[in-house]
Ligand binder design. Structure first.
Ligand SMILES: Cc1cc2nc3c(=O)[nH]c(=O)nc-3n(C[C@H](O)[C@H](O)[C@H](O)COP(=O)(O)O)c2cc1C
Length: 191
């Protein structure tokens, strides 16, 4: 019989962590999180995700000063994250272009979201804290990292060991019955 892993428990325990222990994170653990992202589903199996790991303190600090300035200074807390992982999408896939025209949906962002969250949940199960970051200067990040044409920055994930006394409380969530419609829109479930 296969072993039972409680995914919901990992999901329940996850928080966006913005305060970290100063301890470095093993590169191997980051690569395990990327392995989890690599195994994610993607539209037409194009696997558009690419990752830049920033774990060298000097490079990371220089990068942080570039991308968390001006209106993005609200994200300065992330300067103290031991690792930043930039999420990028390769845009050169026909299925994504077709979806944009026909389905009017940027499929590559769906793919990136799924891959990124696989990363986050794997990190959680390794005892690491993470926070998705969308609020940073994409243009400067692109220049700093020398990103190729046809590759787009979609976000970033801050990673580190959570500052143990500062693990955030669970955020209030919308109840299930506000989110679910049964068989047709407007037909609510009663719980
Ligand atoms: C795509 C995305 C972008 C986000 N960008 C930021 C950000 O720039 N700065 C930040 O502090 N939190 C950011 N967050 C974290 C959210 O604020 C957080 O997930 C939400 O408040 C729920 O809290 P929880 O993750 O602790 O459950 C982002 C989350 C997502 C999914």
């Amino acid at each position: 019989m296969s072993e039972h892993f409680d995914v919901l428990q990992v999901i329940r325990n996850r928080r966006s962590v913005r305060q970290f222990e100063p301890k470095p994170v093993e590169r191997e653990k980051i690569l395990t999180c990327i392995e989890a992202a690599r195994l994610a589903p993607s539209a037409d199996h194009v696997q558009p995700w690419r990752f830049v790991i920033l774990d060298e303190p000097d490079v990371k600090n220089h990068f942080s000063r570039e991308v968390f300035s001006g209106p993005y200074r609200f994200t300065r807390w992330a300067m103290k994250a031991p690792v930043l992982v930039v999420l990028l999408a390769d845009l050169n896939f026909v299925v994504h272009r077709l979806a944009k025209v026909i389905q009017k949906i940027p499929y590559y962002l769906l793919d990136m979201g799924i891959g990124g969250e696989h990363f986050v949940l794997q990190a959680q199960s390794l005892g690491l804290g993470t926070c998705w970051i969308g609020w940073f200067n994409f243009k400067r990040a692109k220049q700093f990292l020398n990103i190729s044409k046809g590759v787009r920055i979609c976000g970033m994930i801050a990673v580190g060991y959570p500052a143990s006394k500062l693990i955030p409380k669970e955020k209030k969530r919308k109840p299930l019955d506000e989110l679910v419609h049964l068989n047709r829109w407007g037909n609510r479930i009663t719980m």
